[in-house]
Design a protein around this ligand. Sequence first.
Ligand SMILES: *Cc1c(COP(=O)(O)O)cnc(C)c1O
Length: 391
Amino acid sequence: MAKQRPETKAIRIQTAKTEQKEHSTPLFLTSSFTYDSAEDMAEAFADDSLDVNIYSRFSNPTVDEFINKITALEGAEDGVATGTGMAAIFATFMTFLSKGDHIISASAVFGSTHTILTKYLPKWGIEYSYFDMNKPETIAALIKSNTKLLYLETPSNPGLDIIDIEFVSSLCKQHDILFIVDNCFATPAVQQPIKYGADLVLHSATKFIDGQGRVLGGVVVGKKELIKQLYLFIRNTGPSMSPFNAWVLTKSLETLFIRMERHALSAMHIAQQLQDQVKISWVKYPFLPTHPQYAIAKKQMTNGGGIVTFELEGGIESGRKFLNALQMISMTNNLGDSRTIASHPASTTHSKLTEEERQSVGITPGLIRISVGLEHPEDILNDVLQALDKS
Ligand SMILES: *Cc1c(COP(=O)(O)O)cnc(C)c1O
């Protein structure tokens, strides 16, 4: 058979069919698996590299199908799935960091990732340094003899900062540092960091990968020998993905490419229309030529993704009024859904931080983040415009 394109693999990769010859992928909702003999059972337990199902904390055919799809889409060798995106991130840190090690991370990372870096890792004698996504030239000076990992998200949340993955990966290779990219905002339909030298790529599958706001999930892909270490950590410590969630997610992947195309088309349209609005001081979207890293976005992304941010001139008060005036768009902290979602971090998720702390992670007073959904783009735009009027 001719080599399949990623769009096709996202649909056609399937765990071997059962004797029922089902067309759609089945759900193997079983916690354990059986053996034909005591010898088979002994063999399964003796060699943890055997491709045999023992117990669903270790492996499960439905979970494997989800992993196989993401692995193919990211152009990776192997992968492992977890119950949530945070479990994927935490398991990765715990597998590859030891007492006395140092990790370099972008300062603009997901809130709970920031908490792991600043609150938990130091407890186990692991130190961190932050760099500014907009100043990649400052990374080299942070590298120390005990630096083991470099971690970042591109585009970042909620600032949509973008960094040249190839530049960072060559720096990491020179210094023998493991380079990890959280590819949650782009998805493999839009960006494959491994192509540009990332060692491991991870996701919160909760976002665009599910894409319909139903289940939580996480996944890490990369080189076989790295995934083997991660797999053993996860198999023994237990943050494994549930087969049910894997079944939902593997079905979600069948529509990932067409969903991301529509998310991006609508997001681009909305970003363009908002640029001319008087109450908005700036609009940020990776594929708008005014984005500070537009050239890099064009190099490593196939479209601009589904998130648009903009700044309301009236600051915090306007942001609050804007959210309250929305008629259709949902107010929730999630993103990457078929339903458009708006958030105003300064008055909601990040209201406990000081103004200075918010500024340091790119959260300005009037920053609105729109996760553009799959509704008709004009209906989304109309709701944004009428709320803008009332802000
Ligand atoms: C949501 C999110 C996470 C955490 O994922 P969960 O599935 O909620 O645990 C990590 N990174 C990014 C960029 C996210 O948006």
